[in-house]
Design a protein around this ligand. Sequence first.
Ligand code: HH2
Length: 263
Amino acid sequence: MGVVNLTPDSFSDGGEYFSMGNVNPGIAHARRLLDEGADILDIGGESTRPGALEVDAETEWRRLAPVIEAAREWQVPISLDSRKPIIMQRGLQAGVDILNDVSGFRDRDAQRLLAESKAGAVVMHMSGDPHTMQLAPHYGDPVVEVGRYLDGQVQHLLSRGVARERLLIDPGIGFGKTTAHNVALLQAIGELSTIAGVLVGVSRKSMIGELTAQADPAKRLAGSVAAALFAASLGACVLRVHDVRATVDACRVWAALSRREPA
Ligand code: HH2
């Protein structure tokens, strides 16, 4: 899953594919990720980095609409990274295939929209909201608590008529978690996979920065690829990444080496 951030303020690539009134950089970036081997495009118009403030729905939709429209022509599954029901509704009308909700479908309107559609969904765990989530993250046992939360949300969506096959869960790396919490959750992907397929978004995040002493998110490529491979090796089925070509290459080599076929 390639990340298309159409925002001026995303933590790792804010402003790179966004310029007021010019949609071309966003479309060109989405096309590049597809050509690099992305199987899904995750398109977002609001940053959810720690400390980020919400943008209004009209602004968010203005950023998203032209890129969704362009991507529809390419026959690639489109994931919409938004936590606003009104944006989800417009996205579904515009033909998106997956709703990626970092607030984990806590909102009843979001649940209803999902239940009434045929879309897939990513149910993510976030402690609090982006504005405050990194102030003092605290868990008894992050794996137990995040697992329980995700299981509860999945059960709730099942009870509303959403088939299990349509759901992916996501531990929400960096969303109200310290590096130690993130490490524990990544190590528990096997356990979490018993609830539903697991999506992991660790690309360029601050835990990679901490583990590699790379303050600049653009310099976190090697660390991000290592984390992606680790997640894949434990059974994560979707990797949400900024650097598609490097991650695809690494996964291909790893997959070939892991196959135990006679030479
Ligand atoms: N991370 C970000 C945004 N959306 N969605 C899912 N399901 N999982 C994630 O880990 C995830 C996500 C944050 O990364 P990014 O989009 O690069 O930054 P920003 O929120 O600043 O735009």
